[in-house]
Structures are given as C-alpha cells and as structure tokens.
Design a binder for this molecule. Sequence first.
Ligand code: GMT
Length: 374
Amino acid sequence: MRIGISCYATVGGSGAVATELGKALATRGHEVHFIVSDVPFRLGEFRNNLYIHEVETVSYPVLRTPPYDFSLAAKMADVVAEYHLDILHAHYALPFAVCAFLAKEMLGENKVRTVTTLHGTDVTVLAQDRSLKNVMRLGIERSDAVTAVSHSLIEETRSLFGTEKEIECIYNFVDPDIFRPQSERQTRACLARPGERVLMHVSNFRKIKRVPDVILVFQKVLQQVDSRLILVGEGPELTAARDLVRQLGLQEKVNFLGKQDEVASLFAAADVFLLPSEKESFGLVALESMACGVPVVGSIAGGIPEVVKPNETGFLFPIGDVDGMANAVLRLFSDENLYHRLSVGARKTAETQFNVAEQVAHYERIYQRLIEDA
Ligand code: GMT
C-alpha cells in the first residue's frame, strides 16, 4: 500500500507513535510518505520505502500568521496526487484530520481514503474549546476510519462530541527489542550514585502531568530510602518544577535532563517510573518503561488503567494521592520478591499485549478494508 502520514514531528507521544508506525509499515514493504513540518524526531537512520515531504509555509505582510494548515492541506493533496497514495493517515485531530478532509475535497471523490487517530489531548483538552470542537467534529466525522489509543478515549470522544462514528481502539505499542531491560545499565552509572534507587518521570511538563506530585512523591521516598529523581523533558511547568525542587532543598538529588530523543536506555536505567497525570489517554511512556522491566506507579486517569495493571505491572492511585504513590514505591523498594514479580510482569505485558507487530497489523487491516471498499 502507499500510505501518507501526517503528525506533529517534533514533540509528544502522538508524533512518536506515528513515526514508529511509519517505520514499521515501511519495513513491512509499504511505501510510506511523511507529510510534516520537520523531520520526525524518532525517525533514526535511513530506511527503504520511507519518504519525507516537508510543508513550506507562506509569509506575506497581509497575513497575520503564516497559514500553515492550508499549506499542509495543499501539500497533502499534492503528495497524494503525485505518489498515488491509497491512504492518508492523520495523527491528532487538529489540524491533521481537518487538513486531510480538505485535501480529500481538493482532490475530488475517491482519490484517497482518510484515517484519523485520536491521541488524547486533541479530544480531552482542545475539544473543550467550542470553536475548535466544531472544526474537530468535522475532521473526525468526515474521516473514512477513526481510531483512538484507548477505550477510555473512545468513551470520552463519544460523550464530548455525541458522535455515532465508529471508533476502533488500537493501543500504543512498543518494540521490545529496543525498549528492553539492560543488565549492564551503563546509563544508570552516569545518572545515579551506587546504592541510590532511581525514580523517573518523562513528559512534556504540562499542568495535566502533575509534575509537582512527582517531586512530592520523591521527597517522601527519599526520607526513607537513598534515591534519585530523574526528570526528562521540557514544557511550560519546567520552571515551576525547578523552583519546587529548590524550595524543598532537593537539588542534589534531582537531575533535570531536558528533552531527550534517545530514551530507551534512560527508561532502562530506572527502578520505578512515576506517572501521576490528571489526564492521560494511554501513557506511552508508561508502556516504554514497562517494556524495560520498570514498574509504573501512577494515577487512575483516562487510559492508564488499560496499560498498568495494579499489583501485576505497577500500582495506581486516585489523582493527587501522593501518600499512596510514595508508599507504593517504598513497598517496591523494600520487598525484593514483589519488585521482581512486577518487573517481570511489566516486561511480559508490554511484549504480549502491546507488541508493535500486532498493533501495526491492526492498522494495516483498516487500510486494506478501506481500499477494498473504495
Ligand atoms: O502526553 C502528551 O501530552 C503528548 C500527547 C501527544 O499527543 O503527543 O500524548 C498523547 O498521545 C500519546 C500517544 O498516543 C499517549 O500515549 C498519551 O497518553 C497522550 N497524552 C495525553 O493524553 C495527555
């Protein structure tokens, strides 16, 4: 098949999933065309069957801002026409699903089939805005197929948009050969001193990630166990997080690594991953940790309970229950058998239930069905 993929190329889980999907499809022999503003951050080395088309924006004094979305829609239509694409897959409703709809309209009937994957904040945050909600509804309802990354997100989409559109659940996935436990753990030796337990959090530091909870959990753990907190990523709440660390006098025990592209060895360097989000449609970072054999302690929010199984791959608590989360981490650190069982369970769940091959095959089946029905 010839497949176009559009996504946020530089940040976030949706871009990571879209890029990994494109790479996997190219490896399976499909021709994949990324239509993006930049080279996707997870692309890695050259790969056969994979092409990048960068969207160029127009600037002119009359225009207050460059009309990126229109340039994207026009580029989508151009690439579909030039490379005879069968499928245009939009990752994140805004603007990609809407632009895919525009591209299809530009091309005329039956030129391409569109698929939209809803990733989370497009629905749970952006659709709270009435004007955006209406334009997103258009993108979703006019897609030939819609998928979402968890059942929880499907329910939220249904209740928010009141749509009858069929939405299929395709979970985020992980390549267990790349995200794997690393016994030598060289990265860990760079990050932590011998004897320290390592807690980790990776996010885009938005309010919904509740980074202060991560720091407060760590503070409680540190009172009883020599440990270190590794914070990876950046975003609007990063300064507040640094301030809180300073206020609590934890500077010596917290490392801020900033944005990192190569995260597999970082996840594998941790003992526990913290994900106390207020909203989280899936939690790709939790899955990637689990694949590295690292149990997750987090919140009962959105799709997290579909990924993290309490007492099997981690522990979950109500949003904001810092004491519960800290006690769970301490339990894991004090009970070697429990830790080992959850670490093995986490890896096994990632390998068996969220394996790249199965989820990619599900996307392929959707593409195939749309092409046959055309
Ligand atoms: O986590 C973020 O805020 C980034 C966001 C994105 O769209 O890039 O991630 C969302 O999509 C990921 C991939 O499907 C999911 O694993 C994340 O849970 C989801 N984030 C939220 O729902 C907050």
